[in-house]
Design a protein. Structure first.
Length: 589
């Protein structure tokens, strides 16, 4: 039993009025304050002299009436289950509802309208919107093959109205319409979600491998594959906007130089998206001179990371010279060698006040007729981080020497095995077949020279703080690739035909767009893993003729989902009428 009453809290000089909800469940009483009406004095002023207690009681009576009416409209449901009666054979009883939150974003960014436009052009009979939406929802909640996706989509509360062959037929259409989908997705998201932050665009490229051995079409072997796997690969180039929302992508041959992937995709953005003024931010691997010159035209600009060790000797000497460093917002110059000293007795003695500071120096340089600004930074915290990572790698190298020296194989440049020095000697010191392994101290010393230093090149004349801030957000594109590969299981790819491969990545891209919007609607308070797990676990048991009983655990994250999207699925039972309204609400913009 539940009833609402007026509670008065009195002190020496005032009285405060509250609305209290009391419940009696199994003979146990509990009460909670649900609203503070105000003090007696303030209420008298607010009510123009009317008795506050009389007004408050009328307010309470009205609340009780509404509670009674709501209970009459939605009475408690009693469901009988028998321990002696078997459940019906081949009848689905459990359904997934986590996709409803994704569905709201899917419709908000106009993907249903995009599918309708495509269907009007191609004149096929199946429902492309139903197919694409299930491919996208499943990529986030149940990432799997197309066959398994079709089977798992039957777990959703709203059942699929298409057959398996329609999924494979749709892949060719999705691939053919890739450019149109991306351009329309950008335009509609600008209207229905929020203005896209296109002042800064982040670009990077990554590889996806296939579980096949034969290369053809897009699938090609590459000696420079980032995953170091003996499988054919394709490359994905991805642009994010300044808020970390995916903007555009492309799929290219696995053996193509990644530096030449940026220009074609950027030209597509210029042509299809109507953008002309932006800053392109890339890592050092994509910072070719040609790419920098391409973004030194018109109102386009660039910020790209620059390896200090790969600078020309005179620039490297300038960058590593300890004098002439500054802090943002200050005209004072520093000699960074005074920030710490290295002694055998005490190790590194850092000046604590500078641990979280970022020092910088800058100059303009001309390289092959391109004027660009070289900004070098130094951070004690970054230096300490690099040395901590290296210490761990050295420890692994020492362990390998002690326990498994026979396992030493050729390593790539960033592998911990680079610190292992091999020497073939005899007991007399002459060269022989016997191999001695030791830690390469010279290699350690060479790397330590650059600890704490970081550089970028740009054609911008903005404040150094702004340039550093923009470049720091490059981590979001790395995180996007991690989500695609690990959470959405975009690899390994099992498809053979090029058009189906492109369609696969088109659905992955859309899934990433929707997921990034979901994170922002949740206030970026929750991890990717927690969100995906929660959506996957939001199951319901169908009570035939009555509704759906949530079987998931209510948490802060589920509360945040319901608050952000304006509907709730966490009642003890969601009636059929309520669920129908929720499904309808999830398709509104």
């Amino acid at each position: 039993m539940v009833f609402i009453k007026l509670t008065v809290s009195r002190s020496k000089n005032s009285a405060s009025l509250y609305v209290t909800k009391s419940t009696y469940i199994d003979g146990k009483h509990s009460s909670v304050i649900v609203e503070k009406l105000g003090t007696e004095l303030r209420l008298r002023d607010k009510l123009d002299g009317r008795d506050p207690y009389e007004w408050a009681q009328e307010y309470i009576d009205d609340l009780n009436r509404k509670e009674k009416d709501e209970k009459a409209e939605n009475p408690d449901i009693l469901i009988k289950y028998s321990p002696a009666k078997q459940i019906a054979k081949n009848v689905q009883r459990s359904y997934s509802g986590g996709y409803l939150f994704l569905q709201r974003i899917y419709h908000s960014i106009g993907l249903d309208k995009i599918c309708k436009k495509i269907a009007d052009r191609h004149k096929f009979s199946y429902d492309l919107n139903a197919v694409l939406s299930r491919l996208v929802y499943s990529r986030i909640i149940y990432p799997s093959s197309k066959l398994t996706t079709y089977r798992l989509s039957k777990r959703f509360i709203e059942q699929p109205n298409f057959k398996l062959q329609h999924i494979y037929r749709s892949l060719g259409v999705i691939a053919e319409e890739m450019d149109y989908i991306q351009a329309e997705l950008y335009k509609r998201s600008m209207i229905n979600m929020a203005n896209r932050n296109t002042g800064v665009l982040y670009y990077d490229c990554t590889n996806y491998f296939f579980e096949v051995e034969q290369e053809d079409g897009l699938k090609q072997y590459s000696a420079n594959g980032k995953d170091h796997k003996p499988n054919p690969i394709v490359q994905m180039g991805l642009f994010l906007d300044g808020d970390g929302i995916p903007l555009a992508f492309s799929i290219t041959d696995g053996n193509r130089n990644e530096q030449i992937t940026l220009k074609p995709l950027e030209e597509q953005i210029l042509a299809d998206f109507g953008l002309s003024k932006f800053v392109v931010c890339t890592d050092a691997g994509l910072s070719s001179l040609a790419n920098r010159k391409f973004n030194n035209i018109g109102e386009r600009s660039f910020i790209t990371t620059q390896s200090v060790k790969k600078l020309k000797d005179y620039l490297k000497g300038w960058a590593l010279f300890t004098e002439g460093w500054r802090l943002p917002g200050s005209a004072k110059t520093y000699d960074i060698s005074g920030l710490y000293r290295d002694t055998e007795e005490t190790g590194y003695l850092d000046q604590e006040e500078y641990l979280d500071k970022v020092f910088y120096k800058e100059r303009w340089i001309n390289d092959d007729d391109l004027n660009q600004r070289l900004v070098v930074t130094f951070s004690l915290m970054y230096r300490n981080y690099q040395r901590k990572v290296r210490s761990g790698q050295i420890a692994r190298a020492e362990k390998l020497i002690r326990t498994r020296p026979s396992k030493l194989k050729k390593s790539h440049p960033n592998d911990y095995k680079r610190f292992i020095l091999k020497k073939n000697v005899t007991t007399d010191g002459e060269e022989a077949e016997k191999t001695l392994l030791s830690i390469d101290q010279d290699q350690i010393a060479k790397e330590e020279i650059y600890d704490g230093y970081y550089a970028v090149c740009t054609n911008l004349e903005d404040d150094v703080e702004d340039i550093i801030r923009i470049n720091r957000r490059r981590w979001e594109i790395e995180e996007s690739f991690r989500i695609l590969k690990h959470e959405f299981k975009a690899r390994p790819v099992f498809l053979q035909r090029d058009d189906r491969i492109e369609a696969h990545f088109m659905t992955c891209f859309i899934a990433l767009v929707i997921f990034r919007y979901l994170e922002k609607l949740l206030g970026e308070k929750h991890t990717c893993e927690a969100i995906v797990d929660t959506l996957r676990d939001m199951d319901f048991l169908e009570a035939k003729g009555e509704g759906y009983i949530p079987t998931y655990t209510r948490t802060d994250l589920t509360d945040d989902l319901h608050d952000a999207f304006g509907f709730r699925t966490d009642y003890q039972i969601v009636t059929n009428k309520q669920m129908k309204a929720i499904c309808k609400a999830a398709k509104q913009k």
